[in-house]
Design a protein around this ligand. Sequence first.
Ligand code: PMP
Ligand code: GLN
Length: 385
Amino acid sequence: MLHYPYPINSKLPTAGISIFSKMSKLAAEYEAVNLAQGFPDFNPPEQLVEAFSRAMAEGFNQYAPSDGLPILRTQISQKIGQLYQVQYNPITEITITSGATQALFTAFSAFIQKGDEVILFDPSYDSYAPSIKLQGGVPVHIPLKAPDFLYDWELVERSINKRTRMIVVNSPHNPTGVVFTEGDIQQLDRLTCENGILILSDEVYEHILFDGYQHLSLSSHPRIRNKALVVSSFGKTYHTTGWKVGYVCAPAELMVEFRKAHQFTVFSVNTPAQKAYADFLSIDNSDRTLGAFYEKKRDFLIEGLKDTPFKILQPQGTYFFLADYSSISSLDDIAFTEWLCKEVGVALVPLSPFYHQNPASKLVRFCFAKKEETLLEAINRMKQL
Ligand code: PMP
Ligand code: GLN
């Protein structure tokens, strides 16, 4: 056993292993059905996998340009143009990243200086706050209002001061499944109209909306898009979370700074995967039906759980929903998910790790990006509750 004998001045003294890694490990250890970490347990479209192999055979095996393969950026620009009626210049306004995680991290490292404040809405995705702290920034946590997880724009207004550099938003929202409304966007516009505050918009679930809800991308807003970095990920759209390819769109002035940090973070991203997505995007439009695909899975799981004591909060988007377990157990959410995994054989994610200040609610997150047989097995195991 090696031993480093000097004190370590940790930059993230309170961080532990991510809750997603922890629950996936526990699920494997106890052979539990894993409805915890957000990833599909089914394969991507065959044509996409074939395109990846073909790209390697055709020689797409060396560094891609740092900003991403031009053909892929052009495909993305065209797609966004069709969906959101905005023309991002593929040469200067789109960069391919190693998943959304790197896009987010690099956006913070490019724009957040020591002491800058960044507004986050809790529950918030686990990477935001640590990535801000690593830049010397200060996360300012604003809770979404229970029970419907609505934005409290008055509180946002009161929290803005001259140190506020950025607001991070995420719609559709992981883990609540709540989506932005027109009213939210108007408020965001009002609060950022005269102060240079940047907006980082995490839209990785942009294609997964239910019950007729439409995705309101911040790239489609004529003023907000001029101060926004809009992030998405192919992992969610094409069932390829392990390929780790995402992208960011932003006005050229912001992109120049983003790319300075990007080239020294990863330099460039997996070339054959980029070529595969470029080929696939040119022939596929399954993203348009992804909402319906996941809505079926959502409804299947909700229907299967209806005779259990879980109280489910219906999501408007994403492949997650929250459920209240207070009539099953008085354990806190961490202890409850450990117990459920070990004793019932189903792994879920507790909600408290998404908070700076634990709200002590009895909520857990289900992921339904799974084969019907996986969901059925989880439902059968839950029947004993
Ligand atoms: N943002 C949110 C809200 C997410 O849920 C995830 C991952 N599931 C990411 C970012 C990271 O995406 P990627 O896997 O492409 O890095
Ligand atoms: N975003 C996924 C989730 O919410 C997990 C990704 C990860 O493990 N980093 O479950």
